[in-house]
Design a protein around this ligand. Structure first.
Ligand SMILES: Cc1ncc(COP(=O)(O)O)c(C=O)c1O
Length: 388
């Protein structure tokens, strides 16, 4: 059998390698602390699970969904944006329901990119941006995100001929892996660049609910002119600890949303109806669970970073997400340091270079364990005496 060439263009999935490494050590009987992955460890709040139970009893929801989903979920996300972000979203024309936002990141590239087109991507950035670009036989142009520039891309540094060929630009704040937030002025600059060069912006807002120290992460759609040039991806995975239920959205520019819906209609008849009802309840039901969750992650961040400081590992506190983006010892590569932690402390972290060449010099740690387990990781690292 000869696979289609597009399959060769797809890179091996970075996170699958990490998972395998951790699993192999576990199987060998070691007590591995996995700080490498980004799947929330908290349970979906009970009132949301209750909504799923109720919907599952209703035979109406045992059938195929309407292609573009039930009105309840589309109206739910529109209500959420109006109440939480002051953004008006037309539930019929400006919402696409996704099988997790991950799928939409690939679909938007398939909808907009021709072979040879350029797509601007953050580096370091979430690896899945590259998947759709590869399938479309387009070219990824990395925009370096550096600590010295607050992990924001410098649009001035992108060559004019690249901007001319660019059709799509991925942005992601709060950022994975950098955990940085972006100010409104940054989105204004991005919108100006997009208008001038006819580029569609795809803002990945998967961590939109996860800002710390009282900061509320800005939604791209809050900015004037945003809908003319782009869409935002939102996800219930992080906000309501619903990663296993697979619910995300593409919102904003009706033409781009329409293309995603058109493509999806060839792949699926939407996500399972009972899960749509569950998602609607998550969006319009009580929201104290979200404040409580942010508090849990913020406390973990504080305690973990304090622990690192005590053993001599200095890092800036993340502004949001549930990740910490940590500088590694000088004269080591991020892969060497990752291997060292795995082999000598049985701790899995994600090497910065898994997110792009500008991730060199860092590792990403997921704060997705209870505090005693995170402190056990700190203690194991202390014993290595690297940071003394
Ligand atoms: C930056 C970013 N975007 C998108 C996703 C995908 O989330 P989901 O497909 O669960 O909505 C993730 C998941 O980890 C992520 O970190």
């Amino acid at each position: 059998m000869k696979a289609a060439a597009r399959m060769d263009r797809l890179p091996r999935h970075f996170f699958s390698t990490l998972v395998q490494k951790a699993a192999a050590l576990n199987k060998a009987g070691f007590d591995v602390i996995d700080l490498g992955r980004g799947s929330p460890d908290l349970a979906t709040p009970p009132h949301i699970i209750q909504a799923l139970h109720e919907a599952a009893q209703n035979p109406l929801y045992h059938r195929y969904s309407p292609f573009e989903g039930y009105p309840e979920i589309r109206e739910g996300i529109s209500t959420w944006y109006a109440q939480k972000r002051g953004v008006t979203i037309d539930p019929d024309l400006e919402v696409s329901i996704l099988f997790g936002s991950k799928v939409g990141l690939v679909e938007v590239a398939l909808c907009l990119l021709e072979p040879g087109d350029v797509c601007l991507v953050p580096d370091p950035g979430y690896p899945d941006y590259l998947s759709g670009i590869a399938l479309a036989a387009a070219e990824a142009y990395p925009m370096p995100l550096l600590a010295t520039h607050d992990y924001l891309p410098d649009f001035e540094a992108i060559p004019e001929d690249v901007l001319k060929r660019a059709k799509l630009m991925f942005l992601n704040y709060p950022g994975n892996p950098t955990a940085a937030l972006a100010p409104r002025a940054f989105y204004e600059r991005a919108i100006r660049v997009a208008k001038k060069h006819d580029i569609i912006i795809a803002h990945d807002y998967a961590y939109g609910a996860l800002g710390f120290d009282g900061r509320r992460p800005v939604s791209f759609l809050e900015l004037e002119g945003a809908k003319e040039v782009g869409i935002e991806f939102y996800s219930l995975s992080k906000t309501y600890s619903m990663s296993g239920w697979r619910v995300g959205f593409a919102l904003g520019n009706p033409d781009v949303v329409g293309l995603i819906n058109k493509l999806q209609n060839h792949f699926f008849a939407n996500i399972p109806p009972a899960i749509q009802m569950m998602a609607a309840q998550a969006l319009v039901g009580p929201q104290d669970c979200v404040d409580e969750m942010v508090q849990v992650y913020e406390t973990r961040r504080n305690v973990f970073l304090q622990g690192l400081t005590q053993i001599g590992w200095k890092a800036d506190p993340p502004g949001g997400t549930f990740f910490a983006w940590l500088p590694i010892p000088e004269k080591m590569t991020s892969q060497d340091y990752t291997d060292l932690l795995l082999e000598q402390a049985h701790i899995v972290v994600a090497p910065g270079t898994g997110f792009g060449v500008h991730g060199e010099g860092y590792v990403r740690v997921g704060l997705l364990h209870e505090i005693p387990r995170l402190m056990e990781a700190v203690e194991r690292i202390r014993k290595l005496k690297i940071w003394e």
